[in-house]
Design a binder for this molecule. Sequence first.
Ligand code: FES
Length: 237
Amino acid sequence: MNNVTLTIDGQKVTVPENYTVLEAARSAGINIPTLCYLKEINEVGACRVCVVEVEGARTLQASCVLQVQDGMVVKTNTKKVREARKAVVELMLSNHKGDCTTCERNNKCELQSVANDLGVKEVAFEGEMTETYEDTSSPSVVRDPGKCILCGRCVSVCSKVQNVGVLGFTNRGFETIVTTAFNKDMRDVPCINCGQCIAACPVGALKEKEEIDYVWDAIEDPNKHVVVQTAPAVRAA
Ligand code: FES
């Protein structure tokens, strides 16, 4: 594998030619925020939080899907970049159920953390929100599309890592949601209750059902009781 040398924020960085700009920046200790990126699992450029300026390019580029090139000059922290990232996060928050303080993921939420880092203090764009409902039908996974940021991490993990594929995108534009085939309840699809989608979710759109539910299920019918096997292996790299 050949190496290439590029300049990131004024620093010369030499990396293998198959690296992305994000990987090159991280290898040099330069932080670029990400939300949809999961190394080798979900490299889809969906969230646009990782945008950077590249000399000679007319638009900002998503660094997680941009392959390095020899002589490339990249800036990761200009005013234009920061404003674009902030606008992206503000748009996500404008269509996001705003119960952060009581959310299961409060203080462990990647969206919250990126918003804090970017100085987002209020919902800048108020208006219509995508109509969603919380699916609590599964014995193990609670799915709340009202908090989903459409990063696709759960979809990739469910299909590519677990080879199950019960989650996918449906609808178009503002109506887009991640859901099951034909929008069925989680209890009616062949979910294996592995919990990997929960581990991959950057926000509170997927969470484990509270223990109390298991207890009641077990009391009512011990044969129905399902234990979630949450494997914390899949996290943002
Ligand atoms: Fe690059 Fe989401 S992390 S587009």
